[in-house]
Structure formats: structure tokens, C-alpha cells
Design a protein around this ligand. Sequence first.
Ligand SMILES: Cc1ncc(COP(=O)(O)O)c(C=O)c1O
Length: 460
Amino acid sequence: MNQTIAEKLRADARIAQAKKLLESAAAEYRDQICEIRPPNPHLVAEYKSMLDRLAVARGGAPYFPFIGSGLGNGPFVELADGSVKLDFIVGIGVHGMGHSHPAMLASTVDAAMEDTIMQGNLQQNAPSLTMAERLIELGNRHGAQLAHCLLSTSGAMANENSLKIAFHNRFPASRVICIDNCFAGRSLALAQLTDRPAYRTGLPKTLDVDFIPMFHPADPKGTTAGALSTLKKLLERHPGEYACLWLELVAGEGGYYPGTPEYFEGLCKICHEHKVLIIFDEVQTFTRLSQPYAFQHFGLDKYADIVTIGKITQVCATLYREELKPKGPILSQTFTGATASILAGLAVLNELESKRCFGNDGWNMERASFFKSRMEKLAQQYPTKISGPYGEGMMMAFQAGSGDGEQAKKAIFDLYEAGLMGFVAGSNPTRIRFLPSPAVVTKEHLSLACDIIEEVICKR
Ligand SMILES: Cc1ncc(COP(=O)(O)O)c(C=O)c1O
């Protein structure tokens, strides 16, 4: 009586049966993908031709000669040439449950039973509401006061929305403060926040952005004091002109440099005294540290004015405080996310919480400390070959040799050839980073990765 027709459809036993049938078929094949494998010689020529065509179609070769077959198992992924890699970069931190997870399949079937592929401004179904409320609830667990959550389809769009909210609320302030090494995304505005001149080649200047020094563990006191004094100078030089301070709590693309609570607290406090809003860009950090949000990990809840997330949640979002709610129609989109993305994102969050990824002794930190101790041993054993590890939680990195860019790239490709996928981060030094899937990666997988690093980087 009190059910919609859609609810009756979702409760129909045939849907559950279909899901079971699909999962049992998928499991049969998925389970065959459980170790690193070389390519199937019969598929090599066709694979090469696909790669060549891909390079033409997309206007350049992809970074790795990678085309997925469409099937994997946890951290293992099968390529279209039949080879299997241990995927520790997961599309740059996106596949939180690894490859071909049963919960991902189930949520995609649920999405297929919804009436629309995409949700958006005029088409909000219950999954959008569930996701927005879930992200707000997770964000406010330790005292932050995030009232609203706007979904979007990319980290860049979530970040654009966050900038708009900040400027709108601090008009006519038009400047932004960032930390050295910042990366914020690929839109015209965000290219200005990104501390990589090459990423702005040929692009017009769209915003005034000033940079302050990053925290460095080699000189915690000096770098913290340096950042605070630069911030104070900027605020004196441009009084009333700054709308926001942009913080990536672990610099991602910049090289996996976490700050400390003291470093961030000092900056945030001064900014709040000057009515400068704090934006936490958590597109890469979200769910990878001891708490769902990195600002919770660093104890910065009271400074969370605007927060953006993305990647692992499959759909991205901008969260903000009540008093920052825009007074004009500055935020709107045809698409806020695919139904499948939103449901899969919810499945990722469920999985991360049920696996107890969070907490000081949760999976994330436990696995991070396991990786750290293995890598520290390697660094001691082969001091000229590797150093580190660096990063925080499930954002892991190390340095090969001197950290020279070409050497790092060569190391990445040698690891790839040996079956381990990572990626570079930062410059001077360039590090090698991993973003393993938090919900599925085990100590055995981490151990296997360390064995490959030893074989490929340390022993050669
Ligand atoms: C910290 C950070 N912000 C923003 C972005 C941009 O996200 P997207 O590529 O989804 O637009 C990224 C992507 O790597 C990121 O790491």
C-alpha cells in the first residue's frame, strides 16, 4: 500500500535472482585472475594495434600501454592482451574496492533498474539524497558543521563550485592563497592554483593566486614558521583581497607531502582571524587516512568551511557550511552524477566502513605501517637505490635513486613491466606513488609489491 511501483519492482524476487546469477558467473571468471601474468602471445599483435588506434583517437598515446580487458579481481587487473597487473594506482585512486568487486556489480544492477542513467539538477532520485546526507554525516562526526552537499561529476567541477562559493561569500575579495606544490584540477581557474607552469602552457591568467611554503619534515619548525610569516605578509600586502586559503592536506600530485596539525592549525587560525575561508581539497585524500576526511585525521574540523571530495566516491561533491549558502543561482548542473556512480560510491563507503578502514588502528593505518616497515628495511638495505617511504595512510610513496624525473619514469615503467602499477608524483624530487584500493588490499598484496620493488629497483 505504502510502496511506489518502483519499490515493488526493486523488491521483486527476480531482480535478486538475476543479481545472484550474474555474480556467480562473474565470480567464476574473476577468480581466475589472482596473480601477475605476462601477455598471451596470441593477443599481442591485436593489442598493439588497439594501442596504436587509441593513440590516434585520443590525440596521444596513454601514459601506460594499458587497455583493460574489463575484468579484474581486487587489486589485480586483466589487460586486453591477457596480461595481469597488480594495480596500485587504480586510475589514480579511484577504484576503492579494486576491480570487479561483487558490491560494484550489485550496485550497477540496481542502477540499471532506475529510470535514468544520469541524475542532475532537475532529476534527483533517492541515491543523490542518500549520498549527500551520507557525506554530510561522515563530515560532521567530529565537530565540523557542514550543512550542504552538492554532487558533481569531476573533482575539477567540485573545486570550481568551492571557489565560486568562497568568492560569492567574500565579494569583492578575488585572490586565493595556496601552498607550494598544489594541484587542484584542470579547469582554467584551477590551472592557476596548480603549482606547475607546464599545466598552464598557453592558457590565459584567470585568477590571482599567491603561494606559501609547504611543510617539510626535514625542517618542521623552519618550514612552519616560514609559511606563517609568508601568510602574514600576504595578508598585510593585500588586505581584504583574499577569499580563501586552499589546502590539500597531503599534497598529492605535488609529491605526497603531508603537513602536520600544528602547521595547518597555525595557517587556518590566522586565515579565520582575517575572515579568509578555508577550503580543504580532499579529492585525493578522502578515505585514505585514519578518518574518512583528512581534515578529521589532522584534527581541523572547526576550520572546515568548504570541503571537496572525489575519485574514490565515483561521484564528486562540494560540502559547505550553512552560512555560506549562495544567495544567487551560481551552482547548477545538468548532470550531478550517473546513477551507477552514485550507487557504486555508496557501496564503496559501506565497504570501507564495514572493513573498519578508519580509526587509528583501522585497516588504512595498519596497512600503511606494514608497508612503511617493509620499505624502511629496503631503504636501509639499499640506501643508494631507494629512500622513504613517504606519504600518509593509503597514500604511499618512495623515491628511486636521486629522485631525478627520468630515473623515476624509468622505474615506473620497469615496475609496470614486472607487473606492478604505480605512478609518479612531484618534481625535484620525483617520487613513485601508490594509491592501493583501501577496501581490498591486504598485507600479502603489499608484500608482493615490495618484493617487486626490491627485485626491479634495488637489485638492478
Ligand atoms: C587534490 C586534487 N584535486 C582535484 C583533482 C581533480 O580531479 P578530477 O581529475 O576528477 O577533475 C585531483 C585529481 O587528481 C586532485 O588530486
